[in-house]
Write a protein that binds this ligand. Structure first.
Ligand SMILES: [Zn+2]
Length: 117
């Protein structure tokens, strides 16, 4: 099953397949806590950016292993890119940006990311 996700202004839009919408991660690490994202992860091949990459600003910090993208126009974070410890490219989808879903039906699983920073 495919879902469409987007930022607020629409300059960032993507298609994602087999996204787990039963459960998403909320995290207390320095960036998740501030942004309030709810993340669900998919392998990179399940993700297709439908808009131009130039609409994104790439923010990195710390070990710089994750690309914390946000829309340069509206500021919304709809996804991030990283790798598993095994080196498999993954996309973290902010399920808050997935269109036409019932957010209250997504279970928010709290992760203690702060302890791993
Ligand atoms: Zn935008």
């Amino acid at each position: 099953m495919k879902q469409i996700g987007s930022c607020h202004c629409g300059k960032v839009k993507f298609e994602v397949s087999n996204l787990n919408l039963n459960e998403a991660i909320t995290c207390n690490c320095s960036i998740c806590q501030r942004k309030g994202t709810m993340l669900s992860f998919v392998p990179a091949e399940n993700f297709k950016l439908l808009t131009d990459r130039s609409a994104l600003t790439d923010y990195q910090f710390g070990k710089k292993s994750i690309h914390h993208f946000f829309c340069s126009t509206c500021g919304v974070t709809s996804f991030a890119e990283g790798k598993t410890p095994e080196g498999i490219p993954m996309i973290a989808i902010n399920v808050r940006c997935v269109e036409n879903i019932e957010l209250s039906m997504v279970f928010a699983k709290q992760i203690d990311g702060k302890s791993f920073q």
